[in-house]
Design a protein around this ligand. Structure first.
Ligand SMILES: Cc1cc2nc3c(=O)[nH]c(=O)nc-3n(C[C@H](O)[C@H](O)[C@H](O)COP(=O)(O)OP(=O)(O)OC[C@H]3O[C@@H](n4cnc5c(N)ncnc54)[C@H](O)[C@@H]3O)c2cc1C
Length: 320
């Protein structure tokens, strides 16, 4: 047992920590090492106390959602890794515009949340059915489908960061933007999310879901292990608008387009390769390592920078 494992075991007796837990099988990329200390829990007060203890003792901690947007380092992650087991969903009333309010636990699978809201006769979240992982991860990075951002449907988010207990943040406080939220910098653990959704029609909702699912299947390499889009789309500029007029009306130029134009489809590093189907995706062809992913990401960034003067930014998070 490491010193930190010992520290958690003695400070929180009776808590079912798992030590040296392999994370790779829990990620969509199937890459990475172990979590020194891992705990899956729905105990909100315990989550707050654990976060406080980790902060006070300078022990790193982080939340692991569904593992669909992270790269776990080969050497694993030190300290505490929390998985939030809150996955309830309930209707709690209506807002001033007559929209129905639905609250869901951060650990619920995003796809399940969408299908349950559709089953309740609600509309708004259909396009997120194909976003893998949990609601907590979707809120953390303000998941998107084309121009639709999940934050636009959220009224408030409940979080905890210490033993003072959970508190709610209004949508305006969450600083939602494209691939961005305040949670990137606050270390707050997302517990619960409230949505305001309009009454819909199940058949129309099912048609929207079918449309999005078919589009994904046509444009994304959905079979092999990956973390989806590795790069964010690039904010448009006058220079990019002139060079790529087909995207002139858009706020962003697709990263996959720039990578494709740079001739990088099929580029590889060890066991990872830039997808032929969607160039912003990197595929694990078998036994790839995180080191190889990072190396290929750097190669892509450097080539795109040289060719178009664009600094691509990663959409995935390196778990630290
Ligand atoms: C096949 C595929 C398709 C995808 N399609 C899309 C898409 O269409 N649109 C899109 O936006 N993304 C897409 N993604 C990326 C990914 O699925 C989303 O970003 C997803 O919302 C991440 O959720 P997760 O639970 O897996 O988060 P994880 O990967 O587990 O974590 C991501 C980040 O969120 C943090 N986090 C997770 N839960 C919490 C919490 N409760 N509190 C605080 N922080 C938390 C983690 O610490 C980490 O920093 C795709 C990925 C794959 C593999």
């Amino acid at each position: 047992m490491t010193e930190t494992q010992q520290q958690f075991a003695t400070t929180f007796p009776g808590v079912n920590f798992e030590f040296d837990k392999p994370l790779a099988p829990m990620t969509y990329f199937k890459i990475g090492g172990n979590a020194e200390i891992f705990l899956e829990t729905a105990d909100e007060s315990l989550i707050g106390r654990l976060a406080e203890f980790a902060q006070q003792n300078q022990i790193p901690y982080r939340v692991f959602g569904g593992g669909s947007n992270v790269l776990v380092p080969d050497e694993g992650v030190p300290g505490l890794t929390l998985k939030i087991a809150l996955d309830d969903i309930k209707e709690v009333g209506t807002d001033n515009n007559g929209k129905r309010l639905v609250q869901a636990g951060a650990g619920i699978k995003t796809a399940l949340l969408v299908s349950q809201t559709v089953a309740l006769g609600l509309t708004g979240l259909e396009y997120f059915l194909g976003v893998p992982g949990t609601l907590g991860g979707a809120v953390y990075n303000n998941s998107h489908y084309l121009e639709d951002l999940i934050g636009e449907h959220i009224t408030r988010v409940q979080v905890v960061k210490d033993s003072q207990g959970p508190y709610w943040l209004a949508n305006e406080e969450c600083d939602f933007g494209y691939d961005h939220s305040r949670f990137h910098s606050t270390k707050e653990v997302i517990l619960r999310v409230e949505f305001a959704l309009a009454n819909g029609d199940r058949e129309t909702s099912q048609a929207l879901i079918r449309k999005a699912t078919e589009y994904r299947a046509q444009t994304q390499p959905l079979g092999p292990p990956s973390s989806g889009c590795i790069f964010r789309n690039t904010p448009n500029t006058p220079e990019l608008r002139k060079r790529f007029p087909q995207f002139a009306e858009r706020s962003h130029v697709p990263a996959g387009f720039l990578i494709d134009q740079a001739g990088l489809k099929g580029a590889s590093e060890g066991g990872v390769v830039v997808s032929d189907k969607h160039a912003a995706w990197i595929i694990n062809t078998g036994d790839a390592t995180a080191k190889e992913v990072i190396s290929l990401v750097n190669k892509v960034k450097q080539t795109v920078k040289e060719q178009f003067g664009v600094e691509l930014q990663e959409e995935i998070f390196l778990l630290k």
